[in-house]
Write a protein that binds this ligand. Structure first.
Ligand SMILES: Cc1ncc(COP(=O)(O)O)c(C=O)c1O
Length: 485
């Protein structure tokens, strides 16, 4: 058993649990606590350090949430390996290409595709190279060989397999603070399909629905396609302006409170309370899209808005597209019980769209701990990519850009102060083998998107080549790039 001897300063103003968490985190990162070592029991450590049990427990929870340790049932907490990304340059070799930036290619520079693109900042791409393919293949095969063949070869339960829904309910409680049961969950085939089901079953169809502006175009399209009357509510620095929501007379609002899409802010607690108050006063529904909450790099994990919903006002939507794979086409809705009751009755007329085979494989992937490990590994990996991107933007572009929404998720926006509209920036980028995108489609009126905004998705890029990509972009966009850098 290891002994921990941090110096905890009760007068520093920093909570003790944070000091303890940071100490253990640093020890794990430095290898002083090797992977696989068991951390002291909560009671023993609190007695040893003369701090409350709660302090140790909260520090441990933070370590688990960030992937530094894992809890093994009836055994305790164990340090996890610090991920060393593969493809790292051999020691002694520089990590970043140097010299005349934008032209030097690192040894592992990706080769361009048929259209000459070597780096694609597409939003929606996730890490594929380090996806645990062996484990997933095994789960698929095990599902296929299920002794109860009907279970995987038939239509399946209209709500989705109950065991998988239970697994998801457990995950949501543990990771997002949402208390719910399997019977409140409906499995769907991606977020647009989740919205489509809500339009048909709740039904949102024909209702006036408010949306953040800018906001996720995929959901806007689905609501519009189902005949909802859309009203757009502007954002301020904190997110949706609830006062303006009152003016809309909407019956429901679609919102991304934990990571506004695409601008990236987190809806502060006061605004969340106001939103819930709006729903109570107006008998309104809140549709919370929690699409990428697993990946948060700054500050504490934020509970879902649904976790604060004591009056059955919030419908929660989640997806496995970011935390697992877009190809799973697996999303879910958590309904307040009164709504769930009526939805269950209607669902008998519908078939479940997600293949029972995929559902059974996913169940195994979650039950056997692969999913939890994958999310923790990806959280660290995306954090490395995120850090690499911020460092590269700072290094190559500095004050020539403003970074928007940089605390979480798999994308950020940049406001490029080159005096060139996004179409020109995209064109210049493609000439140096880089694909970047305008986020304008996320605005209800795309022309209202500042023309100098560019969206950078980094989920699919390799952390060691991000610097080269950003260097190339800087060379393409800023005429005096070499002189200044
Ligand atoms: C706001 C938002 N919600 C949900 C999703 C995921 O959609 P899906 O579940 O269809 O992959 C995305 C993007 O990928 C998104 O940006």
């Amino acid at each position: 058993m290891i002994t921990l001897t941090p110096t905890l300063d009760k007068t520093s103003g920093q909570p003790l649990y944070l000091q303890l968490y940071a100490y253990i985190r640093d020890e794990i990162e430095a290898g002083a606590i090797p992977a696989g070592d068991k951390l002291p029991a909560i009671l023993a450590l609190s007695a040893h350090l003369k701090v409350s049990k709660n302090t140790v427990e909260t520090a441990y929870q933070q370590l688990v949430a960030e992937g530094y340790a894992e809890s093994r049932s009836r055994s305790g907490l164990y340090a996890l390996p610090v991920e060393e990304p593969p493809h790292a340059p051999p020691s002694g070799k520089r990590k970043h290409p140097q010299g005349r930036r934008g032209t030097a290619a690192p040894p592992f520079s990706p080769s361009p595709d048929a259209s000459g693109i070597a780096f694609d900042f597409r939003y929606g791409d996730v890490e594929m190279e380090r996806f645990p393919m062996g484990a997933w293949r095994r789960c698929l095969l095990e599902a296929l060989n299920d002794s109860n063949q009907r279970r995987v070869l038939d239509y399946g339960h209209p709500q989705g397999e109950e065991e998988l829904r239970s697994e998801i309910a457990g995950y949501l409680y543990q990771s997002r603070g949402i208390p719910c049961t399997a019977s409140q969950i409906v499995l769907c085939a991606g977020t647009q399909h989740s919205v489509s089901m809500m339009c048909q079953l709740i039904p949102l169809r024909g209702m006036r629905v408010a949306l953040e502006d800018p906001g996720y175009n995929g959901v806007r399209t689905s609501l519009y396609g189902h005949g909802c009357e859309l009203v757009h509510v502007p954002l301020d620095a904190d997110g949706i302006q609830v006062d303006r929501l009152y003016d809309t007379d909407a019956s429901a609002v679609y919102i991304t409170p934990s990571h506004q899409f695409p601008l990236g802010m987190v809806l502060p607690i006061q605004r969340r309370n106001k939103l819930l108050q709006w729903a109570n006063e107006r008998n309104g529904l809140i549709i919370e899209d929690d699409y990428d909450s697993e990946f948060r790099y700054v500050g504490q994990p934020i509970p879902a808005l649904k976790a604060m919903d004591h009056n059955d006002r919030v419908i929660y939507m989640g997806t496995l597209s970011k935390s697992f794979l877009p190809a799973a086409r697996l999303s879910y809705i958590v309904l307040p019980e009164p709504i769930a009751r009526s939805v269950r009755e209607k669902l008998v007329l519908y078939s479940q769209p997600v293949s029972p085979l995929i559902q059974q494989a996913m169940l195994r992937f979650m039950r056997e701990g692969f999913f939890g490990r994958h999310v923790r590994k990806m959280r660290r990996l995306y954090q490395l990519k995120h850090r690499a991107l911020l460092a590269a933007l700072q290094r190559h572009m500095g004050a020539r850009i403003e970074i928007i929404g940089q605390k979480a998720g798999l994308h950020l926006l940049i406001d490029v102060k080159a005096g060139i509209p996004s179409a020109g920036l995209i064109d210049l980028a493609s000439k140096v083998g880089i694909r970047v995108y305008s986020p304008a489609v996320q605005w209800s009126t795309p022309s209202q998107c500042p023309p100098s905004y560019i969206m950078l998705g980094f989920g699919g890029l390799n952390e060691y080549t991000i610097d080269e990509a950003v260097g190339r972009l800087a060379g393409a966009w800023f005429k005096d790039y070499d002189e200044v850098n």
